[in-house]
Design a protein around this ligand. Structure first.
Ligand code: 5GP
Ligand code: ZN
Length: 111
């Protein structure tokens, strides 16, 4: 995807603060953090969202990346993972990503 900002971040064409990276996925800090820890986990391949045919291997790599983020950021007391899916859910970057939020008491569940 030529004009996709997260594809460019995955290709290191746009700088980001990388927390974890492997062949399939990358984790980097959000530009506009909503909590003391706010890291995004993305597949390096472009998928629009979590239901856009993401292979199981990639989903497993994303789960592993979330574990690595939790370790690196010391999120021992828990954290929240969010995947906004579609514009109506607030998704603004149409490259699948999971938000990992933590580092403070996040309060009540949203649901
Ligand atoms: P969404 O609303 O699509 O679920 O979340 C997109 C997230 O990407 C937002 O939290 C926004 O701050 C973040 N973001 C947008 N552009 C960039 C960027 O160029 N670099 C980084 N690190 N984060 C970005
Ligand atoms: Zn993309």
């Amino acid at each position: 995807m030529d004009d996709c900002i997260f594809c460019k971040i995955a290709a290191h064409e746009i700088p980001s603060t990388v927390v974890y990276e492997d062949d399939l996925v990358m984790a980097f800090d959000d530009l506009n953090p909503q909590a003391p820890v706010h890291t995004l986990v993305i597949p390096k391949q472009h998928y629009a969202n979590i239901v856009d045919g993401v292979p199981a291997e990639t989903l497993a790599a994303m789960t592993h990346a979330i574990q690595e983020v939790a370790k690196a950021k010391g999120l021992d007391d828990g954290f929240r993972v969010i995947a906004n899916t579609g514009a109506a859910a607030g998704q603004t970057v149409m490259h699948f990503h999971m938000h990992v939020l933590g580092g403070k008491d996040l309060g009540e569940n949203l649901l």
